[in-house]
Design a protein around this ligand. Structure first.
Ligand code: SF4
Length: 245
């Protein structure tokens, strides 16, 4: 969206990027490259919005404030700090690490002047658009799908260091809501991040135990997934051996 807005000469006063702190290293390089282009074209830098404490602080350390939530934890003899792993019904990460930061930044702008927020939702995910007089969705207006948007980026030399050749989604590498297939690829292509995820999960289990707070996914710990993927690899290697015999 930003590349096309630049090409079409649309006015841009600020570009905000909410960084959860759990982005792939390739994403950081991509943002740097994009920032350089933005500066060359418009003399602007991307404003990165980051919560000062970050993802792991919310996961393990944030003090609970709601009385009922504290009471529930005390009854279950669970710590009264940390939100535990995010899940479909407890997606605290999007709110605390993305939406709230962007909303706060926009509020500050809107205190000084009127502002239109452009959001990069693609035409084939338009159900995510919100009716709001201060928001616009250029990709939806231009009928550009996710696949077309990706190709537009590739055509202009933005390839995310190959991330989208591997993964379907490139948000937080530690996201428990991503598909199992994506986690399998994480183990294979980013073993260092996978090791970190194993450690994070170990800490969550030690802290919260076997319940939704400590469970990475409903039926899987990261260690169990690790064993499953390793077993799959062993079986595949044996099959390959059979074929070459
Ligand atoms: S990608 Fe996953 S972990 Fe990251 S903010 Fe979104 S839901 Fe949360």
């Amino acid at each position: 969206m930003l590349l096309l807005m630049l090409e079409r000469g649309m006015p841009i006063d600020a570009v905000y990027y909410a960084d959860t702190g759990m982005e792939f290293p390739e994403m950081k390089e991509h943002m740097q490259k994009l920032d350089e282009l933005l500066f060359r074209e418009r003399g602007l830098h991307i404003t990165t919005l980051r919560h000062p404490k970050g993802f792991e602080w919310f996961l393990y350390d944030t003090p609970l404030t709601r009385k009922k939530a504290i009471e529930r934890r005390v009854t279950k003899e669970l710590p009264v700090i940390g939100y535990g792993w995010p899940g479909p019904r407890a997606r605290w990460c999007t709110g605390h690490l993305k939406t709230k930061l962007v909303d706060r930044a926009l509020k500050q702008v809107k205190e000084k002047c009127s502002a239109i927020q452009y959001v990069g939702i693609a035409a084939d995910e338009s159900h995510r658009c919100k009716q709001d007089k201060d928001k616009r969705y250029p990709l939806v207006e231009w009928g550009i799908t996710e696949a077309q948007a990706l190709q537009i980026c590739y055509d202009r030399g933005f390839d995310w260091g190959g991330l989208y050749e591997i993964y379907n989604r490139c948000s937080c590498w530690c996201c428990p809501l991503q598909r199992i297939g994506e986690l399998r690829k994480l183990r294979q292509h980013h073993p260092d991040l996978w090791r970190r995820l194993l450690d994070m999960d170990k800490r969550a289990i030690a802290m919260f135990g076997d319940n939704p707070l400590g469970r990475f996914r409903k039926n899987w710990t990261v260690k169990q997934l690790d064993q499953r993927f390793a077993e799959e690899e062993r079986k595949q290697a044996n099959l390959d051996k059979e074929v070459t015999r």
